[in-house]
Design a protein around this ligand. Structure first.
Ligand code: ADP
Ligand code: ASP
Ligand code: MG
Length: 814
């Protein structure tokens, strides 16, 4: 005998239902089959809602009809497939059941109340009707069917909505049936009977448990749970797409995984199977050829950790107080009081000082638990031997489960460090006494991130970066190209870069699993979603993205104003945009504070010297205890080029025109010649070494006299520029006669910053720097009299993008 259980999704429509029926038939032809069925998907939820709504005197017609239509749709389809199917008989049976439900709902409406007893009889109807339809399917094919009525045959103890089956007594009752070998056996799941013969339920999702009970009672060879996934995975495959399928699990592992939230089997399923040593097989109705997962008594496979789960909707209680130390029997009193009130405790931790005991219960019983404890400890609370009972709500337990963990070292460390890297606050920790599981209590809104981050740390060497890119101009474009070219190379290093968002000022594209970049330009052009930073910034919480990086390739003040929020939302921020770091110092500090608090990185190495590793080197020097004494630098590629040309004999207007034609200047060269861009870079360096300056504190000597060509167009300016040539040539020649050259230099010395045209001699490291090169000379305590010199091209889309890329990869080293 094989027992097969089919879940709601496996029975949701005629196609699936018929697929399930064929699987039962095949099993029956090989060896007798006993099938346990759930209600078709959604039905139980409708039935639960119907009685609740009726008790609140809310309208129920829509739900009623929707539920009924699901059944009509299935039987119509089954009839269309095989005209022997007894459509009329089955339909009248369904109608009869629904009429009974309606009568009960009318009573509930009148009373404004529904008892658990009545609720149980309503909620269980879906299973009953699944069985009626399956019976008709088999009879239409000439099979004989034995129906086992679970209310008569499965004796259960407990409450109307959640009971446990007495296997010994039920085995006797079922044994007395003497089922003929040729008959297909069918039993409704979710349902049993109490010692008064009343219908009781086995708890939501309880049909798995029904199947295990039937398997145990019949002494079946196997209990097969047919569902909508290929088996048990290391994580819920709907949450973590790269979860791994587990070929086998021990009973204990399966119990622990399901207890801590793996919904694929009900936690109580394993109990009856362990007692009778019946293996459990998890299979996919939609993919019957897949091997599935075997659960049995063997210690299994090589994985030390088998899975990671989350159990939601919990509250944590903390009972503590000065009187607790040495108070004999405290724990016993707490748990006895709760148990008497029918409240099950999910997890317990005690601090080693014995000052406090913490435990979790389902949130729906939190109020009741609080009242029970307050009554039990009223004296101690009054005398202040105990502090007021503390309840934290909306928590989840995230657990790591595996038989091999007892021997393995370092799993707890990896688990907790993964949580800490993902910036998840751990409220409490518990380890199962068997060392088969470790659990962390976290805030429910972080549970999915916690599962994902832990799964990545324990099962995946791969590191994933999710990029949210704003600004797809020259630099953004070059970055996307580099990401595409480097994909393979990085994959070999176990790094996966995904671009989850692309936005320009009008539109954006979003995809939590990564966008295809093949035709990103036209995709963005045709995008229908308007650019909306609120949507973009809330996207990561909505989709539980673990390592998101906000990359700003604009030069927009507005976008730079989003970083503080982005960091708080959990993004790393990488930016070549200098605006954020040169705004008021309060914002500058806020960014660093938010990054620190949220354990995220704020990286802006391309703010100064584009691809040159300026900021990182400076930070390293400072971290190693060095001090900046003086800084001199050529910080603008365009001015490096123009001053080089002056040295070669061109005059100012010619050199500027040449640079502009080559695309080395901003569209309006005055933006370069004003020195403002250099001032920003200087300010960023100055702030990096701890000077609390504002942009207005930088002393800037522009190349142009103050007010020159004010209000004029670019072309007018260009035509006015020759009037400055002679004066400039004079300065160039004077310098030359002294063996010097003119350079446009940013300087930091004695806490002051200055941008000025300076004549430097041949000993100066800036003497030879021209043709668009940047050079940064750091005179420090360690580096003098010869400075640390960083030199190279400090502009251009490719080098800047490469610098951004390096910063993006740096987000992985935390
Ligand atoms: P059924 O209706 O067949 O009883 P359920 O929805 O109760 O199905 O259980 C199957 C679902 O369990 C899967 O669709 C999957 O999303 C979820 N699940 C949670 N954790 C796991 C896990 N570790 N392995 C497989 N599935 C899991
Ligand atoms: N139909 C019931 C429920 O949805 C039982 C089950 O599917 O296992 O909870
Ligand atoms: Mg289920």
């Amino acid at each position: 005998m094989r027992v097969l259980k089919f879940g709601g999704t496996s029975l949701a429509n005629p196609e699936r239902f018929s697929q399930a029926a064929q699987i039962i038939e095949k099993a029956h032809l090989a060896d007798q089959a006993g099938a346990v069925l759930s209600a078709p998907a959604k039905i139980t939820n409708y039935l639960v809602a119907l009685s609740e709504k009726a008790s609140l005197r809310q309208p129920i017609d829509t739900d009623f009809k929707a539920a009924l239509d699901i059944f009509y749709n299935i039987i119509d389809g089954l009839y269309a497939e095989n005209n022997n199917f007894d459509l009329q008989g089955t339909k009248s049976f369904i109608d009869g059941e629904f009429n009974q439900i309606k009568e009960l709902l009318v009573d509930i409406h009148q009373l404004g109340y529904v008892s658990d007893e009545v609720k149980a009889t309503i909620d269980s109807r879906g299973e009953k009707l699944s069985i009626a339809m399956m019976k008709a399917w088999f009879e239409a094919r000439g099979y004989e069917v034995t129906l086992i009525n679970p209310v008569e045959k499965l004796l259960a103890h407990g409450h109307y909505l959640e009971s446990s089956v007495d296997i010994e007594e039920s085995t006797k009752r079922i044994g007395s049936l003497a089922i003929p070998k040729k008959n297909v056996v069918l039993m409704a799941g979710f349902t049993a009977g109490n010692d008064k013969g009343e219908l009781v339920l086995l708890g939501r999702n309880g049909s798995d448990y029904s199947a295990a009970c039937l398997a145990a009672c019949l002494g079946a060879n196997v209990c097969e749970i047919w569902t909508d996934v290929d088996g048990v995975y290391t994580c819920d495959p709907r949450l973590v797409p790269d979860a791994r399928l587990l070929p086998n699990l021990s009973y204990r592992e399966a119990m622990e995984l399901s207890y801590f939230g793996a919904k694929v089997i009900h936690p109580r399923t394993i109990g009856p199977l362990v007692q009778t040593n019946i293996p459990c097989l998890i299979k996919n109705t939609g993919n019957p050829d897949a091997l599935g997962t075997v659960i049995n008594s063997l210690q299994s496979s090589n994985l030390q950790v088998k899975g990671i789960t989350n159990l939601d909707n919990l509250a944590m209680f903390n009972v503590s107080g000065p009187g607790m130390q040495g108070m004999v029997g405290m724990a016993a009193r707490i748990f006895e009081a709760l148990s008497k009130a029918g409240i099950s405790v999910i997890l317990i931790t005690q601090s080693s000082s014995e000052y406090s005991i913490s435990f979790c219960v389902p949130i729906k019983v939190a109020e009741k638990a609080k009242a029970v404890l307050e009554a039990e400890f009223s004296e101690e609370l009054q005398s202040q031997a105990l502090e007021p009972i503390d309840v934290i709500r909306d928590l989840s337990i995230v657990s790591v489960v595996g038989d091999g963990m007892a021997q393995a070292k370092g799993i707890a460390a990896r688990f907790f460090s993964a949580l800490s890297k993902a910036n998840i606050n751990i409220v409490a920790i518990a380890q199962g006494s068997s060392e088969r599981s470790i659990s962390a209590v976290v805030s429910q809104n972080q549970a999915i991130e916690a599962v994902k981050a832990t799964h990545q740390a324990l099962f995946n060497n791969k590191k994933i970066v999710d990029i949210f890119l704003v600004g797809v101009g020259g630099v953004g474009n070059a970055l996307i190209e580099q990401i595409q070219t480097q994909k393979r190379y990085l994959e070999n290093k176990d790094i996966e870069i995904r671009v989850c968002a692309l936005a320009n000022s009008h539109k954006m594209l979003l995809n939590e699993n990564g966008l295809s970049l093949d035709n990103w330009q036209s995709d963005l052009e045709n995008a229908t979603q308007p650019s909306d930073f609120d949507v973009l910034l809330s996207f990561i919480k909505l989709h539980h993205v673990v390592n998101p990086v906000f990359v700003d390739c604009t030069s927009s003040e507005r976008v730079s104003g989003l970083y503080a929020r982005a960091l708080s939302e959990g993004f790393h921020v990488v930016t070549p945009n200098k605006k954020a770091n040169t705004r008021e110092i309060a914002y500058y500090n806020l960014l660093r504070e938010n990054a620190r608090q949220n354990q995220r990185k704020f990286l802006y190495d391309t703010n100064v010297g584009a691809g040159l590793p300026v900021i990182e080197n400076l930070q390293n020097l400072l971290a190693a205890g060095d001090e900046l004494v003086r800084f001199n630098g050529i910080l603008s590629g365009s001015l490096s080029f123009i001053f080089g040309k002056l040295e070669e004999g061109l005059n100012l207007s010619e050199a500027t025109k040449f640079a502009r034609e080559k695309g080395f200047t901003e569209p309006d060269p005055r933006d370069d010649l004003s020195g403002q861009d250099i001032a920003r870079k200087l300010l960023i360096l100055a702030r990096e070494i701890g000077l609390p300056l504002e942009l207005s504190d930088i002393d800037v000597e522009g190349v142009l006299p103050k007010g020159f060509s004010e209000g004029k167009s670019v072309e007018e300016f260009m035509s006015m520029l020759p009037t400055l040539d002679s004066e400039f040539s004079e300065r160039v020649n004077k310098a030359k006669s002294e063996g010097k050259v003119l350079r446009y230099v940013g300087q930091i010395e004695e806490g002051k910053c200055k941008v000025a045209v300076v004549a430097v001699d041949s000993d100066d490291p800036l003497f030879k720097v021209k043709n668009g090169e940047n050079a940064l000379a750091f005179y420090t305590r360690y580096y003098q009299p010869i400075p640390l010199l960083l030199r190279g091209y400090g502009a251009g889309n490719e080098v800047t993008a490469a610098g951004i890329f390096a910063d993006i990869l740096r987000t992985l080293n935390n």
